[in-house]
Ligand binder design. Structure first.
Ligand SMILES: Nc1ncnc2c1ncn2[C@@H]1O[C@H](COP(=O)(O)OP(=O)(O)OP(=O)(O)O)[C@@H](O)[C@H]1O
Ligand SMILES: [Mg+2]
Length: 224
């Protein structure tokens, strides 16, 4: 994947998409193969090591604390303090400008996560992920279970992060979403990479053929 580009990872259920993402996120150790960042081999000892390199992940379950406010979630685990006291005003300000920058519309940064819609939660989770200045963003099914308008907002958010120069990996079952945001598409089947193709070179039919292993598809030979 490249800075300022979106790579989509597609494949049938059980193809290994989430597994591949977890290896990039540092939460699973690969048995084989290697991970490179800026052309340098990196060994990701754990999620913390990945984060230290600027690799942030939003898992499908979002891992937000439902009973806490948006501000508390955004700064969870890296609260701003001074002399041992929480800098609540500063954290509130930063959260507000972050959400404004990414056009995530919520009633208030003091709203409980549980009171927000799916799209608003996704927006908060993604904003939290990029708030620390990440370079690589890994998203597992960010538009699943969203309504039409919310899906639109999340896709726009992904595009604006891409334009800000972040390299984005998105797992999605939704091919129209994939075609809308992806520069390149990697297809996995049964734990193996079938191929990587420029999004402009294939249509949904080609992708389905690659995903299911139907033959007679020239694009499946693509690689990179
Ligand atoms: N390269 C691999 N080698 C061995 N096992 C693998 C490999 N990739 C995935 N698996 C195994 O396959 C199973 C399903 O993988 P995973 O959850 O990543 O699929 P997925 O593509 O995310 O599916 P879904 O679309 O249902 O979320 C897991 O048990 C995982 O351990
Ligand atoms: Mg999965």
């Amino acid at each position: 994947m490249f800075a300022g580009q979106v790579l989509a990872l597609v494949g049938d259920n059980g193809a290994g998409k989430s597994t591949a993402l977890k290896m990039l996120a540092g939460s699973l150790r690969p048995d084989a193969g290697s991970i490179a960042l800026d052309g340098e081999h990196v060994r990701l000892a754990g999620p913390r090591a990945a984060r230290a390199l600027g690799i942030e992940t939003v898992y499908q379950d979002l891992a937000l604390a439902d009973t806490l406010e948006v501000v508390q979630n955004v700064f969870s685990g890296r609260e701003l303090t001074r002399h041992g006291f929480l800098r609540r005003v500063e954290m509130t300000k930063q959260t507000e400008s972050l959400l404004e920058e990414f056009r995530v519309k919520i009633p208030s940064v003091f709203a409980q996560i549980s009171s927000l819609s799916g799209g608003q939660r996704q927006g908060c989770a993604i904003s939290r992920a990029v708030s620390g200045g990440s370079r690589v963003l890994l998203l597992d099914e960010p538009t699943a279970a969203l309504g039409v308008a919310e899906r639109r907002n999340v896709l726009e958010l992904i595009k604006s992060l891409r334009d800000a120069g972040i390299g984005i990996l998105i797992i999605s079952h939704n091919l129209p979403d994939v075609f809308e945001v992806a520069d390149r598409i990697t297809v996995l089947r049964r734990g193996e990479r079938v191929g990587t193709v420029p999004a402009g070179d294939v249509d949904a039919g080609d992708l389905v053929a690659m995903i299911t292993g139907a033959s007679g598809n020239a694009a499946a030979a693509g690689n990179s």
